[in-house]
Design a binder for this molecule. Structure first.
Ligand code: SIN
Ligand code: MN
Length: 269
């Protein structure tokens, strides 16, 4: 299924700051990516960040650079297409992460804006970059769904503090008074849906997610794509967290992942 944003999608994105599309990837495509994600979480690569317990995978960075299924996902036309449409031009991969939010042990992501981090840590000139994310598990009210504050992307880059304590991962987070005001204006939405759904959101949209105390994993893979003219200027974070290859990404064919599913199946027979 190709993903071309309609005028009403563009209007909703502009006004609300986010979009959700169910059923963009098939069950087979998702199953392959989910299986590969768990192999990556079980590996001892430095790109796999653990929760505070030191064991549970929290997020795995840069899998598009070392795993064939994720290499293809990182160039998938169903993900690159709508972002190139919204950012109006060629994009490169600023960051790529598979967030585990594991059953029982997946910890919170505090309230934040992604561009707040990209500006402060990486000196990205403008918020001409955004996330598009694929659900690899069903996302429900139980397993730590994302929460968005609609319309908060209209407020620019908000003041934030560098939180090094709450979780194992440092994040520029927004204080409670600011969140209270933003929610009074915009409310909170929490897009949920089956594995295979895709969410996209503005890089200044304030968001977070609670911990996962359910017995269900909530794996989501995020492509953070940036217009090539807007590449980062500061290289203080590890290359595998904030990438430095600003080459425009060329989308692969729509069947690039389905083809890999078929090839693996044929090899197993
Ligand atoms: C993020 O905001 O970067 C991650 C949030 C989540 O996966 O819950
Ligand atoms: Mn974020």
């Amino acid at each position: 299924m190709a993903l071309r944003l309609t005028d009403s999608d563009l209007k909703q994105f502009d006004e609300e700051g986010w979009l959700f599309f169910p059923g963009v990837f098939s069950g087979d495509e998702v199953a392959l990516l989910n299986e590969e994600a768990h192999k990556i979480f079980a590996s001892d690569r430095e790109e796999v960040f653990r929760e505070k317990d030191g064991k549970t995978a929290r997020t795995a960075f840069a899998a598009q650079n070392f795993n064939e299924a994720y290499r293809r996902l990182g160039r998938h036309p169903r993900l690159l297409g709508p972002v190139m449409q919204l950012l109006d031009g060629p994009v490169y991969m600023h960051q790529f992460k598979i967030n585990a939010k594991a059953a029982f042990n997946g910890d919170v992501w505090q309230w934040h804006q992604d561009y707040g981090t990209w500006k402060r840590d990486d000196d990205m000139p403008e918020p001409r970059a955004m996330n598009i994310a694929l659900f690899l598990d069903d996302v429900t009210e139980f397993n730590g769904a994302l929460m968005f504050i609609p319309r908060s992307h209209k407020k620019g880059t908000l003041k934030a503090g560098h939180d090094l304590k709450t979780t194992s991962y440092p994040l520029w987070t927004i204080d409670e008074d600011t969140i209270t005001q933003l929610v009074a204006d915009g409310g909170i939405v929490s897009p949920k849906g089956k594995a295979g759904g895709v969410i996209m959101f503005h890089s200044n949209l304030v968001h977070g997610s609670p911990s996962n105390m359910s017995p269900f994993d909530r794996t989501i893979v995020y492509l953070s794509l940036c217009h090539v003219d807007n590449h980062i200027r500061r290289f203080q974070r590890a290359e595998w967290i904030a990438h430095r290859d600003f080459t425009p990404l060329e989308p692969l064919a729509d069947h690039c992942l389905a083809e890999l599913v078929e090839a693996r199946r044929a090899a197993a027979e």
